[in-house]
Design a binder for this molecule. Structure first.
Ligand code: ATP
Ligand code: SF4
Ligand code: MG
Length: 338
């Protein structure tokens, strides 16, 4: 990467331990059916996002995207590893986020907007609290941000329920941007919207990125949306990044068997009859993150799996094609299936 990273994640892992009541513990001790295993949500992830870049993060439901996004945004502490913004830790030794330079936009704007507070007050709250604007100047400040996201500044006096889903997502974006961040973590920001509105919000995010020089970590399970918005894409499977590379190259010639299977399983990417013949769902079930398979976690579903795959976890290594792939096919010892 020629541009230095603004955001970097270094060997980040997150484990969710079960919250056991005393009753659960007693039941477990006498052999009752109580889940005592921890969820391995994110496992040893290292990633860098360059200033001005959009990095897409893709994977099936439950693979750890949102957990990784929350950790990257500093709103959840990792179990181990570190997140840095321009080299400085995002979470301090006290376990709290130390910067407003990373903000988030989530899937459900209604859930993240207080129904009893006007849009104007919602947008002004954070900037006033952090000294970005005075209370006296906040009306004009809020009007500017509403205008920038394509909303009439007079909407500041309205309440969240008076808006459509797309408008609410614009408000959520304006609220994040009013904190003057450098990095925006967007977690499924269009997943709850109609397809036509999705395109408007994606195009708004692209425009804002150009105009404000923002950097995005864009999380989605929608491969089409991610392809449209991202310069690079990271593919996640059961808590790990399995492939990372420039968007077009990764979509046109995926290297990791999971990326290949994921792309082949998406009907909306099918563009011709020959593509249709290629379309096939990924075989098998996603293993539980309570007990990820040993070695390569994809070996239980992989057409190429060999003995090394269940014994040894492949590292995410640079390949000759300018990307990184975590698969023994590229490091020797596993033959490609015919
Ligand atoms: N607060 C939590 N406590 C316990 N387990 C959690 C918690 N948050 C997430 N998990 C578990 O961690 C794993 C990863 O969840 P996460 O929400 O990060 O996945 P995801 O890729 O964002 O999924 P989706 O596409 O459905 O949003 C899942 O097994 C989930 O059940
Ligand atoms: S390491 Fe083995 S099981 Fe994993 S994706 Fe590569 S070939 Fe398949
Ligand atoms: Mg999620």
């Amino acid at each position: 990467m020629s541009v230095p990273p603004i955001l970097s994640l270094d060997a980040v892992s997150k484990r969710f331990d079960p919250r056991l009541t005393l009753g659960d513990r007693i039941a477990a001790a006498i052999g009752g059916d109580v889940e005592t295993r921890a969820v391995q949500a994110v496992r040893d992830v290292s990633l860098s996002v360059a200033k001005g870049e959009t990095l897409g993060l893709v994977g099936e439901s439950g693979c750890g995207k949102s957990t990784l996004g929350r950790i990257a945004a500093g709103i959840m502490a990792p179990t181990s590893g570190a997140v840095r913004l321009d080299g400085e830790p995002v979470i301090g030794a006290d376990g709290r986020k130390h910067t407003t330079r990373i903000q988030t936009v989530f899937q459900d704007p209604f859930a993240s907007l207080n129904p009893r507070i006007t849009v104007g007050d919602t947008l002004a709250e954070g900037p006033i609290a952090h000294g970005l604007v005075t209370a006296g100047a906040s009306r004009a400040y809020v009007a500017e941000w509403l205008d920038l996201v394509g909303l009439d500044p007079s909407y500041a006096s309205r309440y969240p329920h008076q808006f459509s889903g797309g408008q609410r997502q614009r408000i959520a974006i304006a609220r994040a941007l009013a904190m003057k961040p450098d990095v925006l973590v967007c977690d499924e920001p269009v997943a709850s919207l109609d397809v036509s509105i999705q395109a408007q919000i994606v195009n708004l995010l692209l425009k804002l990125k150009r105009e404000l020089g923002l950097t995005y970590l864009f999380i989605s399970h929608d491969l089409g949306v991610v392809r449209h918005i991202s310069e690079r894409v990271a593919i996640m499977y059961l808590g790990r990044i399995v492939e990372l590379g420039p968007t077009l190259r990764l979509y046109e010639s995926p290297e990791h068997p999971y990326t290949q299977a994921l792309l082949a399983s998406v009907p909306r990417l099918v563009t011709s009859d020959s593509d249709l013949a290629e379309f096939r769902p990924i075989a098998g079930e996603i293993p539980s993150p309570l007990a990820p398979p040993p070695g390569c976690a994809f070996h239980t579903r992989c057409l190429h799996a060999g003995p090394r795959c269940s014994a040894e976890s492949p590292a995410l290594l640079a390949t000759r094609t300018g990307r990184a792939t975590a698969c023994h096919l590229y490091t020797g010892g596993v033959e490609k299936a015919a």
